[in-house]
Design a protein around this ligand. Structure first.
Ligand SMILES: [Zn+2]
Ligand SMILES: [Zn+2]
Length: 360
């Protein structure tokens, strides 16, 4: 029940004064209390009235006690619903017919590998959740009949100073100023919520999610069990041993390669998000684009490209055989002025001209 609904339940406009709220509450409570009202829905109606009062009180509209003009007077000993966020709490969730579904989501984090995020996956989440106590509808107490014994129905009791002298009035703790007798809820030990229960649900993560994405999952649609609140899942992408992901979905990968194999134009096995793939090496080329092998460009979208950058590696020390073979290789190009290549010939011409100029 939201605060506006709570005011409406008491027949008041939102933001009505404390005096109006308490007066409305007393009037409705005396009208609907099961002890005085024999109709079938008296109990449910009384609970709603009580719930509305609690909601308004929790929202801070009844912060000050009614009777005294005493600034430092205690307001209430009711701690309200406690939250244990790390376990996920659904204390604000109410499933009763006719009440608004006010649900504070359960926050969870999932860590995904790049492969999982690229392809989408199903994750099993386990945790604990508490629900609103059905016996007291989360109030922590049940309304009894008649006037509060402690305050005689006035809602206020004399405040005792440190030395025991009376000094003004404070809100009655037994009835929280309502004036109507109530008892602590035994079902939930006055906490207003059930004991934490373990849950285990499966969540489908769509492909293409990025680090920091928030996924909202309706708790009622979860399987194999429903949750009393929605899940808000924050995605965390794990670092990858090979891949770097650019913001635009381009995937980058640096691959060391045997320099001789590169020169010889051999095929090379390179990793992609879906497994190893054969890449035909070209002499002199270090960057290769694998079309459509990157990360999805957007959530549930088509995949971008993967770029492979080669790092040719040559042995620091050549064996005798390798040295002989390399000498023979160089000899095949040395005789006729080297490799017939425009870039090399232009460089040689430029070098000779520069050298002549140096000599003057
Ligand atoms: Zn009282
Ligand atoms: Zn209870």
């Amino acid at each position: 029940m939201g605060t506006d609904d709570a005011f409406a339940e008491l027949g008041l406009a939102s933001g009505a004064s404390e005096r109006e709220v308490k007066a409305a509450w007393r009037r409705l409570a005396s009208q609907w209390h099961p002890d005085r009202n024999g109709s079938a829905d008296a109990v449910a109606r009384m609970q709603r009235i009580n719930q509305a009062f609690e909601e308004i009180r929790r929202a801070g509209f009844l912060a000050a006690p009614e009777a005294p003009a005493d600034a430092d007077a205690p307001v209430s000993t009711d701690p309200g619903p406690a939250f244990d966020d790390h376990e996920g709490d659904a204390a604000a969730f109410r499933d009763g017919a006719g009440t608004a579904r006010q649900r504070r989501p359960i926050h969870r984090k999932v860590k995904l590998t790049l492969e999982e995020a690229a392809a989408g996956c199903i994750k099993v989440l386990r945790g604990k959740v508490t629900e609103t106590c059905r016996t007291c509808a989360g109030a922590g107490h049940q309304v009894l009949g008649g006037h509060c014994v402690r305050c005689g129905g006035s809602g206020a009791v004399p405040k005792r100073s440190f030395f025991g002298w009376p000094s003004g009035l404070v809100e009655c703790e037994a009835c929280l100023g309502g004036g109507i007798a109530r008892q602590p809820c035994a079902a939930c030990r006055s906490t207003g919520k059930t004991a934490p229960r373990s849950y285990q649900v499966k969540v489908r993560i769509p492909h293409g999610v990025r680090d920091g994405d928030l996924l909202h999952v309706d708790g009622r649609r979860l399987r194999p069990e429903r949750l009393p609140a929605d899940l808000e899942i924050r995605v965390e992408l794990l670092d990858h041993a090979f891949f770097k992901l650019d913001d635009d979905g381009t995937l980058r990968c640096e691959v060391p390669v045997d320099g001789f194999a590169w020169i010889a134009g051999k095929p090379l096995q390179v990793p992609t998000l879906t497994g190893l793939q054969s890449l035909q090496l070209s002499r002199g080329r270090l960057s290769y684009c694998l079309k459509g092998q990157g990360f999805p460009l957007e959530r549930r979208g088509a995949r971008g490209d993967q770029w492979v950058t080669l790092v040719p590696v040559f042995p620091e020390q050549l064996s005798t055989d390798q040295q002989i073979l390399l000498d023979q290789l160089c000899a095949t190009t040395a005789g006729a002025g080297g490799v017939a290549d425009d870039r090399l010939q232009a460089w040689q011409r430029g070098l000779r001209a520069w050298e002549r100029g140096m000599r003057g």
